[in-house]
Every structure is written in C-alpha cells, then in structure tokens.
Design a protein around this ligand. Structure first.
Ligand code: E4P
Length: 220
C-alpha cells in the first residue's frame, strides 16, 4: 500500500518525503487554511515541487462547467497535479469531461460504493472514500473502502483507491488488510505508524549492554 500525506504543511511534507516513504500528497482548502496561507496556487506549486508523485488539490466550484474550468487551470500548475472533484452529480459530469481531456481526477468526498462506481465509470484516476467521517456518523468507513477495492479489482478497473480521512494507525492496518492501493495519512499518524515501545526499549537495551562491554574493557 502506498503512503500519501494528507496535509499542506511544508515541513511535514519535506520530512515525509525525506523518509523515502511518502510518494504523494492530498490536500484540501481546509488543510491549506489551517496553515494560515492565502495564496492557494503558490502553496500547491511548492508542494508539487517537493513531492515525487501525485499531489491532489480541490476545486471550489459547485457546477460542472465551473469545476472543469478550474480543473483545467489547476492542471497547468505542475506535471504531478491531480484535481479533486467531489462525488456529486456535477462532479460526475466534470470528471467524465476532464478524464476525456487527459486530466487526472481524484473523486473525493466519496462515502459509498454507488458513488465510487460512478466515479470509476467517469474515468477518475483515484477515488477517495473518507473513512473517519463515516465512522463519525456511526457507519463502518473501512467496510466502504473494502467494497470499493473489491469492485475495482473484480472489474480490473485502472482507478486507484485512496483510503482517506484516516484518524489513527488502526485505520492504516485496516486499509492495508482490505487491499486499499493507497492510504493518505496525517503527519501525526505517519509518525505513530513507526512507534513501538519494544523498539525503543530494544534500542536502549542494546546500547546499554554494549556500553557495559566497553566499560569492562576500559574503553569508555
Ligand atoms: C483526503 O483527500 C482529505 O483531504 C482528508 O483525508 C479529509 O480528512 P478529514 O476527514 O480528517 O478532514
């Protein structure tokens, strides 16, 4: 499963990329506003220059024509840009038109297999089911990811599924178990994925044991 970062924080993106494990980024207007930035284009272009793979960014228009025009402009910002289009009626039309033009779409705010089926039929390169937000309303977000993955795999569709709205490392485990192609994770969750108390105590014990040897040999 590929790991993307779900953020607009440059420091976090640089760190994730330098670890060599983050191959893409997803962002949205809420994440960009959280960073206190107002120049949307500048932020997105900077992210695209740091990240080796796809960088998804969202349109704000609500009608299909507006989405298509916005997406065409965004698509020109960088080679690795992917345009996020919401899973609405207008979004399906915009996705179909953009896919025909060769513009990559991330069909976002997806909460059901029915929405995903239309996103895939429209030619979306990525589909993002939002796990945490479904869990928040008492539904099983990962079950929706599992259904969508099974669907695209069964019909051998080229769409990649991004498990989004990830809240904790258990979500990453579950996403991998159901075969999600990608999980887009907050920076905090990326760090939590590598944390294990037995790794920390193991490092400490190896270091202490070796120090004892060095001390015994008079080498410290
Ligand atoms: C994904 O592309 C979205 O940016 C993101 O995962 C939304 O997550 P949230 O529900 O934590 O806002």
């Amino acid at each position: 499963m590929k790991i993307f970062l779900d953020t607009a924080n440059m420091e976090h993106i640089r760190h994730g990329v330098s670890l060599g494990v983050v191959t893409g980024v997803t962002t949205n207007p809420s994440l960009i506003s959280k960073e206190g930035k107002v120049d949307y284009q500048k932020v997105v272009k900077e992210i695209c220059s740091i990240v080796p793979g796809p960088v998804s960014t969202e349109v704000l228009s609500e009608n299909a024509q507006g989405m298509v025009e916005e997406a065409r402009e965004i698509a020109g910002w960088a080679d690795n840009i992917v345009v996020k289009i919401p899973a609405s009626v207008a979004g399906v039309e915009a996705t179909s038109r953009l896919a025909r033009e060769g513009i990559k779409v991330n069909f976002t705010l997806c909460f059901s297999l029915n929405q995903a089926m239309l996103g895939a039929a429209a030619g979306a390169a990525f589909i993002s089911p939002f796990v945490g937000r479904l869990d928040d309303i008492g539904e099983d977000g990962m079950e929706v990811v599992a259904d969508i993955v099974e669907y695209v795999d069964y019909y051998e569709l080229p769409t990649e599924i991004i498990a989004a709205s990830i809240r904790h490392p258990q979500h990453c485990l579950a996403a991998a178990r159901v075969g999600s192609h990608i999980a887009t994770v907050p920076y905090k969750v990326l760090l939590q994925m590598i944390q294990h108390p037995l790794t920390d105590s193991g490092i400490e014990r190896f270091r202490d044991d070796w120090r004892k040897v060095m001390a015994r040999e008079g080498l410290l």
